[in-house]
Design a protein around this ligand. Structure first.
Ligand SMILES: Nc1ncnc2c1ncn2[C@@H]1O[C@H](COP(=O)(O)OP(=O)(O)OP(=O)(O)O)[C@@H](O)[C@H]1O
Ligand SMILES: [Mg+2]
Length: 369
């Protein structure tokens, strides 16, 4: 178990600023996820911790050791950091079999042969690769190679485990199983785990805390899965954690009007007026598709069904509220039981089981919370 601390870390490549003054701490034994869009700097964070990049400015500490100091151009070599890494491209040694790949870190650590073999077999079993021990990487699928890389990172029970999109090549079933395995392994080995991904489902499922990173390499919010999901700090976080409806409105004395059509929308809640210190201005009302409530007769707003798609257990609608289209989803079974199946072109009444209100129009200047 080791703590990892970034203190004011900056990293650029020529003119491209990737990280600017990034500070955060991963607690010992914690499963910490960085969730962010492609190209935002997640892999660079992993490479900085593993020791394959050196910060331009700032320091990185692992436990009590400062492993990198930008101002001194100092970086402890990767092999001295006791870190297990699975890189995004899951590089496994091409000339070694599955078993040899997984044994490799133990050989380096001079673990006795019998024990090493036992531990390697165990790790192979944990990633569901039994029976494929003698294959060479070119005889494996991408997902299988990814699992070899995972077994190789786990086998030496490192104090710190860095996983960079380790499940991206697996099918949905295997991904679910593996993320459960990863979580179990992390708990049983007590390692500090940094998991890097753009998949919000995995992040929500396995993390103790999630850091949501934007395109500029800035953390927008750090919190438990519940916190970032239920109390998103701003529209970016809300959008990144699932399908999001944003309804741009203008507020005047607590009344709001759709920006698209000037039709009256729902009133700005008192709590929001109080928190923002204003009852006028631009706001975004946000909700998930499941929070849109459709009805034939009751509901504060009028809508028109512009598209209907059956997604198995869920029906997905696009509803036009007056120039602003929102997505609404309901359980197919519940919908048919309650007679709430609409067709394209139908009119309906629309309400919301929950709305979040963000000040501004969602274009950068918004940093609520
Ligand atoms: N060696 C390099 N030279 C120049 N630019 C680089 C280098 N490595 C990374 N970058 C740039 O730094 C930015 C962050 O890259 P990084 O690989 O960390 O993104 P990421 O968040 O891991 O994305 P993805 O989800 O696609 O893996 C990108 O714009 C990338 O082009
Ligand atoms: Mg990456």
């Amino acid at each position: 178990m080791s703590e990892i601390e970034f203190r004011s870390v900056s990293k650029s490549f020529r003119t491209k600023k990737v990280l600017e003054n990034l500070s955060f701490t991963i607690r010992p034994g914690e499963c910490f996820t960085i969730l962010g869009p492609s190209g935002c700097g997640k892999t660079i964070v992993v490479r900085l911790i593993a020791g394959f990049e050196t910060p331009d400015r700032g320091t990185i500490r692992i436990g009590t050791t400062t492993v990198a100091d930008g101002s001194k151009g100092y970086a402890l070599p990767p092999e001295n950091r006791n870190i297990g890494v699975v890189f995004q491209d899951y590089a496994v040694w091409p000339h070694m079999t599955v078993l040899e790949n997984v044994l490799y870190p133990l050989r380096m650590q001079k673990v006795p042969k019998e024990e090493a073999l036992q531990r390697a077999k165990m790790a192979i079993q944990q990633v569901n690769m039994e029976g494929l021990e003698d294959r060479l990487p070119y005889q494996l699928s991408g997902g299988q190679q990814q699992r070899v890389a995972l077994a190789r990172a786990l086998v030496s029970k490192p104090a710190i485990l860095l996983l960079d999109e380790p499940l991206s090549n697996l099918d949905a079933n295997l991904r679910e199983e593996m993320r459960f395995e990863i979580k179990e392994l992390q708990k049983s080995t007590n390692s500090t785990l940094l998991y890097v991904t753009h998949d919000q489902e995995v992040a929500l499922a396995i993390s103790d805390r999630i850091a949501v990173m934007n395109e500029k390499g800035e953390f927008q919010q750090v919190g438990t899965p519940e916190e970032v999901y239920d109390q998103p700090a701003n529209p970016f976080v809300f959008r990144f954690l699932g399908i999001a409806n944003f309804i741009p409105v203008h507020a005047r004395d607590g009344k709001t009007f759709l920006a698209s059509s000037a039709k009256e929308f729902l009133p700005l809640p008192d709590t929001v007026q109080k928190a923002e210190g204003t009852s006028s201005g631009k706001f975004l009302a946000a909700c998930r598709p499941m929070e849109v409530e459709l009805s034939h007769t009751s509901g504060p707003l009028e809508g028109k069904v512009v598209r209907k798609a059956l997604l198995g257990p869920i029906i997905d609608y696009r509803i036009d509220l007056g120039g602003t289209v929102v997505r609404a989803q309901l359980q197919t079974e519940e919908g048919s039981m309650k007679g709430l199946i609409f067709e394209e072109g139908d009119s309906c009444r629309v309400g919301f089981s929950r709305l979040l209100w963000f000040p501004g129009n969602g274009e950068g200047e918004v940093t609520h919370g």
